[in-house]
Unconditional design. Structure first.
Length: 310
């Protein structure tokens, strides 16, 4: 088995000009490796090229140049094997309203050439909590149930890599937790997961590795913990007893932000300024501390700092 689940090299995509719109370069030579067994987040602002990348992986969009290997199979040289190695859960809830979940699963299995004896329709529907709806028309399913059916469909051929495009957009918290629990379980059983999400908190919690793309280029790719520590910034939040009267003179490199509730947020690099120096400065300004807390940077901070620097 390969170490990398997905290997993308020099991937470019130019959408041809049409009618009113000019030709658009969506990907400028993207290089990306997704380790086998990971839960990998593909993040970026709107228009960054995430869907284009995912649609190329899914075989829905043809690349302009570059190579894509899925589970070691080159998409051009081994189209059948590379397609069999991946399942994609699309963003849109595009289901045939007159199909029942059972029928939708059977059709999908047929498309992937899964022999009848190897089909796991009931097992998969049960895993996503839809077994009792197996014979209901898709049009009678709620949005959350449709989303689960899309995941079930992507699993019919037991793909090694499962790609989820914004799987929890517009999904309520309860269902979101259920989906993530199931995705984690699939990952524990060996499926490599790639997901895009607008919820950075969710990406931070779920993904062990994250790539950030912007304007069709890779701008960061690292383990989530490394990305977070890269910020090398902490915030000390001090709530004073009363409005400060003294002059607060801060060590170099420390920034001060006054919160709406009057708290003083001091952002510093722990490697350069010890927290003690901040407390000394606060005491020297005759500020009496009512409360004190520290805040670590989160993925949102990393994301903003990386994409805004572009
Ligand atoms: P993301 O998923 O990160 O929001 P997309 O991959 O959808 O980004 O889009 C990348 C860029 O390609 C955007 O500028 C978008 O307008 C353009 N684009 C996407 N799809 C098409 C298309 N079918 N035709 C022309 N341009 C497109």
């Amino acid at each position: 088995m390969p170490d990398t689940a997905i290997s993308i090299k020099g991937l470019t995509k130019t959408y041809a000009a049409s009618g009113r719109s000019e030709a658009k370069v969506a990907l400028h030579g993207l290089d990306l490796e997704v380790p086998r067994g990971s839960i990998f987040g593909l993040l970026g602002p709107n228009g960054a090229g995430k869907s284009t990348t995912i649609n190329i992986l899914a075989g829905l969009v043809t690349k302009t140049s570059g190579t894509v290997e899925i589970w070691g199979f080159d998409q051009d040289r081994n189209p059948r094997q590379s397609r069999a190695a991946i399942g994609v859960v699309p963003q849109e809830l595009n289901l045939d309203p007159f199909f029942t979940p059972r029928a939708a699963m059977e059709v999908q299995a047929g498309l992937y050439g899964v022999p009848k004896s190897q089909r796991r329709t009931e097992e998969i529907l049960s895993a996503v909590g839809l077994l009792d709806k197996a014979d209901a028309y898709a049009r009678s399913l709620s949005g959350g149930m449709r989303r689960r059916l899309l995941i079930a469909k992507a699993l019919v051929h037991t793909p090694a890599v499962l790609v989820l495009d914004e799987p929890t957009a517009g999904v309520d918290i309860e269902l979101r937790q259920m989906l993530w629990a199931y995705v984690r379980e699939l990952n524990r059983q060996g499926t490599t997961i790639i997901l895009t999400t607008h919820y950075l908190e969710e990406a931070q919690e779920m993904c062990d590795r994250i790539a950030i793309i912007n304007h069709g280029r890779l701008v960061a790719c690292d383990d989530t913990s490394n990305l977070l520590s890269r910020m090398n910034a902490k915030t000390l939040v001090i709530t004073p007893e009363s409005a400060p009267t003294g002059n607060l003179i801060l060590p170099e490199g420390v920034t001060l932000d006054t919160r709406p509730n009057g708290a003083l947020a001091l952002t510093y690099s722990p490697g350069e300024t010890p927290a003690e120096a901040l407390l000394d400065a606060v005491r020297a300004a005759n500020i009496h501390i009512r409360d004190i807390a520290t805040e670590e940077p989160d993925l949102e901070d990393v994301f903003v700092s990386i994409t805004q620097a572009q």
